[in-house]
Design a protein around this ligand. Structure first.
Ligand code: A3P
Length: 286
């Protein structure tokens, strides 16, 4: 599936580089002022990373272009930049992770601010499938139907999706962001997020953040669009990290019976009811 073997730990499927570091993750020292951005892969993490950075830095757009998003909010689970590097960050930390809740460092929820992003699982499947084709680190050779089957069985890296989501939904101090809400009512979502982070932004500031973080603007922003991964050989040349950024692209991909299977997962396995805006999709799909 990936160049790194997949292991099962606590019934989660984890890439090798994650599975072998679980003990170190647990022992990582959390700080009171840390902000943790957590998600199942392909749920809109990058979007929220940029929002949080701008809220925290009170719309300092210039500063946001001076360093890449992965330096401004490092990926906890990945070997690069690594835990030592993150430990040594002197300023307030914004940390991204895809770890299931049970593998987070002790005291994260008690000490730090934790933001969890959730997205319609059908769009997650589509986005994840395309991502495995973009990444040179993935070695998945099947087609979309094969990938969906694995997703439904919970056997994609960081899966099962429903266990990942359930474990965070159960935590009362975790701030939940729904990808679809961010599309359909960005102003309110960003206002609530700012409040959670203890920042009081003006309406104009919120509007400027919405504009800065639109899909089109982020796609052409070289500090966030991951086009540099192509030079590093991590992404293939013929695709983009910023792929479509829509609600409802699953309609272009899913077979009816697989769609029903995911509806059943949402209905029966999710412990809370979430509104994924199944009925709404952005115009100009395809
Ligand atoms: P698609 O593949 O459906 O386009 P993550 O950051 O968790 O890896 O999620 C990536 C997904 O979020 C991709 O979905 C990407 O296009 C989408 N995304 C990133 N930034 C976005 C934005 N500003 N607006 C809408 N979608 C965005």
């Amino acid at each position: 599936f990936t160049k790194h073997k997949i292991f099962t730990c606590n019934n989660f499927y984890l890439p090798e580089f994650v599975a072998k570091s679980l003990e170190k993750f647990k022992q990582f020292q959390v700080r009171q002022d840390d902000i943790w951005i957590v998600s199942f892969p392909k749920s809109g993490t990058t979007w929220v990373q940029e929002l949080v950075y701008l809220i925290e830095n009170e719309c300092d757009f210039k500063k946001a272009t001076q360093d890449s998003i992965e330096n401004r909010s490092p990926f906890f689970d990945y070997p690069s930049p690594g835990l030592k590097h993150i430990e040594n960050i002197k300023t307030k930390r914004i940390i991204k992770t895809h770890l299931p809740y049970c593998f987070l460092p002790d005291e994260v929820e008690k000490k730090a601010k934790v933001i969890y992003i959730v997205r319609n699982p059908k769009d997650v499947t589509v986005s994840y499938y395309h991502f495995t084709n973009l990444s040179t680190q993935a070695q998945f050779t099947g087609n979309f139907y094969d990938f969906t089957k694995l997703f439904i069985e919970g056997k994609v890296p960081y899966g099962p999706w429903w266990s990942h989501v359930n474990d965070y939904l159960a935590k009362k101090d975790v701030h939940l962001i729904n990808y679809e809400d961010l599309h359909t009512r960005p102003f309110e979502v960003i206002k609530e997020l700012s409040k959670y982070l203890g920042k009081n932004l003006s309406d104009d500031q919120i509007k400027s953040i919405i504009d800065w973080c639109s899909f089109d603007n982020m796609k052409k922003n070289p500090a966030v669009n991951y086009e540099w991964y192509k030079e590093l050989g991590l992404y293939k040349k013929n695709g983009h990290f910023f792929r479509k950024g829509k609600i409802g692209d699953w309609l272009n991909h899913f077979a009816v019976d697989d769609s029903q299977k995911i509806d059943d997962i949402v209905e029966k396995k999710l412990q809370k009811k979430l509104d994924f805006n199944y009925g709404i999709c952005n115009e100009d799909l395809n």
